[in-house]
Ligand binder design. Sequence first.
Ligand SMILES: NC(=O)c1ccc[n+]([C@@H]2O[C@H](COP(=O)([O-])OP(=O)(O)OC[C@H]3O[C@@H](n4cnc5c(N)ncnc54)[C@H](O)[C@@H]3O)[C@@H](O)[C@H]2O)c1
Ligand SMILES: [Zn+2]
Length: 374
Amino acid sequence: MTELALVTGGAGLIGSHLVDRLLRDGHRVRVLDNLEQVTHRGDRPAWIPDDVDFHHADIRDRDAVERALRGVDVVFHQAAYGGYMPEIAKFVSVNSLGTAHLLEAIRDSRLPVRKVVVASSQAVYREGAGECAVHGVVFPGARALDRLRSGRFAPTCPLCGADVVSVPTPEGAPVGGQNTYAITKLDQEQLTLGWSRQTGIPAVALRYSCTYGPRQSLFNPYTGVIAIFATRLLNGLPPVLYEDGLQTRDLVFVEDVAEANLLAATTDALDGLAVNIGSGTPTTIADVARLVSAALGIDIAAEVHGEFRPGEMRHLTSDTSLAAAAGYAPRVALADGIARYLGWVAGQGDITEYFGAAERGLRGRGIIQAVAPG
Ligand SMILES: NC(=O)c1ccc[n+]([C@@H]2O[C@H](COP(=O)([O-])OP(=O)(O)OC[C@H]3O[C@@H](n4cnc5c(N)ncnc54)[C@H](O)[C@@H]3O)[C@@H](O)[C@H]2O)c1
Ligand SMILES: [Zn+2]
């Protein structure tokens, strides 16, 4: 059956791959996207196909949202303000209030939407799960600032205080991520799932891990680590590692995330749930830097500058068994995905490096802080 899908944020990294995937299956697609200037430069990106019904509008504009929802069967809500941006009010207004508008519009106009899939994030967790030698699998809290300042980065067992070893994090882990982005991603997830319980309209929240791939913004200095390292290396600059570079992340290729959205829309096995979507494999950030520089053939070693970002997790690898039981199977290995991303970057012309200047602003606001062993 072909359907009309609304993809909010459909001009962005994940949204645009989801659009391609939906069109390939024969669905009709509408996009609502305001082409946020932190992510995009200029007009409608060339990768939005002509047969998409493109609404250039803000998710906070209630009338525009109502127009975009007309005749829609399924909503993929990807639009969000993201990353380590310094704003607080804008996160709350775009992510939390924007989601509220979308949900109210569907409910109050009694629109026949059959499902809402909302983009959440692994950022909602406090810290990745850990294994304590004495207490087994535990859920450490966010790391204390004084420990980070003294260069002690390992998360600790909440029962005995011993350092723990990272293990995959299941959906049942406590939420309560510390930065503004994380707080508002949890808002989006909880607003949507609570609304679903009230209205009876099925909804799924997908907690993506770090997603990368072609079309990841090269202008946004707060974007993903692979894009940042690639633009630094291409400008002859070393990748900069926070902490000691041995923190781990779960990096997932964008097409696997798009596929997970299709799955969430078609199975009812995940309805009402928050579901991890990732590769299930940890990679240290230092290894990410090595993989990117090897793939580019640019031999510049990454540097540790003795800095950290308060509220950031040390380790997070998604336990994806819930999604896997419903049929989710990520396909693209990290080295292949990096090669595909760099192939796309090579076609983008001159690459300017915006990260260094952005970092200076973040230091001034305490979002990046110095380790001061003493
Ligand atoms: N990329 C990741 O690593 C990652 C990880 C976890 C969760 N997510 C979530 O996935 C979703 C998509 O992220 P992405 O990586 O594709 O980011 P992206 O920045 O590439 O895409 C987001 C899109 O939303 C649009 N947008 C932003 N503010 C808007 C507004 N006020 N009104 C309408 N549109 C607006 C932007 O113009 C952009 O096209 C987001 O909800 C994000 O929080 C991303
Ligand atoms: Zn313990």
